[in-house]
Write a protein that binds this ligand. Structure first.
Ligand SMILES: [Zn+2]
Length: 175
């Protein structure tokens, strides 16, 4: 189905297998771990094109500038909305309301995430640098006029994806 016919209709993103999703989540995890090395929070996201090739990578910048929002904005600057409707944003964690909203406005047709917000909350608690919002990404994306596909969580990846968070938030909360 040509993507320009489906901008506000059914999802036009090209098929992606579960194994491909897992591979892309792991690529986002590499970005997340790299963010920590550069002094940022352990979050990462990648933009995947319709041919299943990674087009862009983005790590967390700070408390306001999350990986997914930054990536969705960069994507919207770089590509037309009709093309982005055939793309997938893949994130290590379930996106917050801000990020899910930006994915929506950028017209990215599919969202894939590894672990749920509730799992992260258990590690970050009320850390002022990451006071998570308990509002499901599916609820945010499901409240729009466009049918954006959502896949996640992937429980089999939880341990490895949350590992950098265990190392990151715990020493801070007990400091
Ligand atoms: Zn966010």
């Amino acid at each position: 189905m040509p993507p320009n016919e489906t901008r506000s209709g059914a999802n036009a993103a090209i098929g992606m297998t579960r194994n491909q999703m897992i591979a892309h989540i792991r690529a986002a995890d590499v970005v997340a771990r790299d963010s920590v090395v550069h002094g940022h929070h352990p979050f990462g996201a990648v933009l995947v094109g319709p041919d299943n090739v990674i087009l862009m990578r983005q790590g967390n910048i700070n408390t306001v500038r999350h990986a997914e929002t930054e990536l969705a904005r960069r994507a919207a600057d770089a590509y037309p909305p009709e093309f982005l409707w055939t793309c997938t944003l893949v994130s290590t964690g379930e996106s917050c309301a801000m990020c899910a909203g930006t994915i929506y406005w950028a017209n990215i047709g599919r969202f894939v995430y590894g672990y749920e917000e509730a799992k992260l909350l258990a590690l970050t608690g009320d850390d002022p640098e990451n006071p998570t919002m308990h509002l499901a990404a599916r609820t945010v994306l499901g409240s729009g006029q466009k049918k954006i596909e959502v896949h996640g969580p992937f429980p089999e990846l939880e341990d490895e994806l949350l590992a950098p968070h265990r190392d990151f938030w715990k020493p801070r909360s007990t400091a």
